[in-house]
Design a protein around this ligand. Sequence first.
Ligand SMILES: NC(=O)c1ccc[n+]([C@@H]2O[C@H](COP(=O)([O-])OP(=O)(O)OC[C@H]3O[C@@H](n4cnc5c(N)ncnc54)[C@H](OP(=O)(O)O)[C@@H]3O)[C@@H](O)[C@H]2O)c1
Length: 212
Amino acid sequence: MRIAIFGASGTTGQLLTERCLAAGYGVTALLRTPETFPLKASVRTLQGSIFDPTAIADTLEGSDAVLSALGARSLRKEDILERAIPLITAAMQGQGPQRIIALGSAGALPTSLDKQPAWRRWIVQHLVYTTVLKYPIASQIAQYATLSASPLDWTMPMPPMLTNTPARGTYRIDPEALPRNGSRISRADVADFMIAQLTTSQWSRRGVYLSW
Ligand SMILES: NC(=O)c1ccc[n+]([C@@H]2O[C@H](COP(=O)([O-])OP(=O)(O)OC[C@H]3O[C@@H](n4cnc5c(N)ncnc54)[C@H](OP(=O)(O)O)[C@@H]3O)[C@@H](O)[C@H]2O)c1
């Protein structure tokens, strides 16, 4: 199996790349700066922009599935997902791979906090999602809308805050809302979940919340 990875150079993206290689999958990665990518020797890298439909089509060529760990490098309005996800999903709808697992975030849906205690729901909604994380959350809302409007076989994992700690191997999975008091999960656990989705359609065509 060959996997096209968008955002392979990011913190989660590198974990995804390592796991694909460990599973024996070939990887194609579209990168802004392939020369600095630590895994470049083991990966088919393409230099280009994630906003360039030709570069996206070249990345998809010969791939069986797509992983995305794209996201803005800042909390400012960058519209990375708003611009890139429609291009990627459009390119996939031709002869491209039909399966995409795109890393999202809690907050992408208005029901995300439904299982939280009232005090926590108020704080996250009013002091986090609409202030400091205003633009990242807007991007995740847009990503969810794009994926759900596409005919593709998509899954959008929706974790809360990501940590760089080791995988625990056990975490809560909930298709309805962020698990009660769930506030963190490691990128390593999220990457493991995303890799597992390459060989199952259990969470096909839906978002799914992950949290310790
Ligand atoms: N941080 C959290 O706590 C948290 C929580 C829940 C969900 N998430 C979501 O998880 C995702 C990945 O997070 P992360 O921390 O692993 O990401 P990250 O380390 O910041 O990596 C972001 C990736 O997106 C790429 N990218 C950013 N801007 C780009 C641009 N203009 N053109 C091309 N590529 C661009 C980066 O490429 P370069 O290497 O070239 O910059 C990199 O590969 C994000 O979508 C984020 O919203 C994060």
